[in-house]
Design a protein around this ligand. Structure first.
Ligand SMILES: [Zn+2]
Length: 173
């Protein structure tokens, strides 16, 4: 079982920027088994569509996302190392998000509809692909984790209160 770092326990840790994985690091058993564990975790948990290494205590630029763009197929969990993300076009959409590192909070976030993702695979191969919709949303959420950004920073204005405001209101009640 992987131990998840939450904002309640260690927000400061989650707020740091994850470090680039060097080719030397990528070849180590430690990093390879970390990727394996993360892959297994996301594949087995139906509620989780992605996971970043920083969420399990390792601030390296590694995340897993589920590819939901293959119709009629079980979403495939894909490991991503040292990602570069490009937001494509101006089209955005607002959907509800949650995060295992932020228990019990679900709120609407505006994300780009289409993104281009470049990364390397666990075996060191370079990949560049375009994703849209829910899969593009997962990728943007996980990419943010590597920058120390949480979805609660981006809660859509249209949903009314921000996380901070909600928290303040609750505290003052
Ligand atoms: Zn998250």
């Amino acid at each position: 079982m992987l131990k998840i770092v939450t904002v309640n326990k260690n927000e400061k840790f989650l707020r740091q920027k994850s470090e680039i994985v060097t080719f030397e690091q990528l070849r180590t058993a430690r990093v390879q088994s970390l990727i394996e564990e993360m892959l297994q975790h996301v594949s087995e948990d139906d509620g989780e569509a992605g996971l970043s290494a920083i969420q399990i205590g390792t601030p390296l630029q590694i995340f897993i996302f589920e590819n939901h763009s293959q119709k009629n197929e079980k979403p495939e969990a894909i490991p991503v190392i040292n990602p570069e993300l490009k937001l494509l076009g101006n089209a955005t959409e607002i959907e509800t998000e949650g995060c295992v590192s932020i228990p019990k909070i679900f709120d609407k976030v505006e994300r780009h509809k289409r993104v281009s993702l470049s990364y390397i695979t666990p075996s060191g191969k370079k990949i560049k692909k375009t994703y849209s919709g829910f899969t593009a949303r997962i990728i943007q959420h996980e990419y943010d984790h590597l920058q120390g950004v949480l979805f609660t920073d981006k809660i859509a204005k249209s949903s009314g209160k921000t996380h901070q405001e909600t928290k303040t209101n609750r505290e003052t009640e």
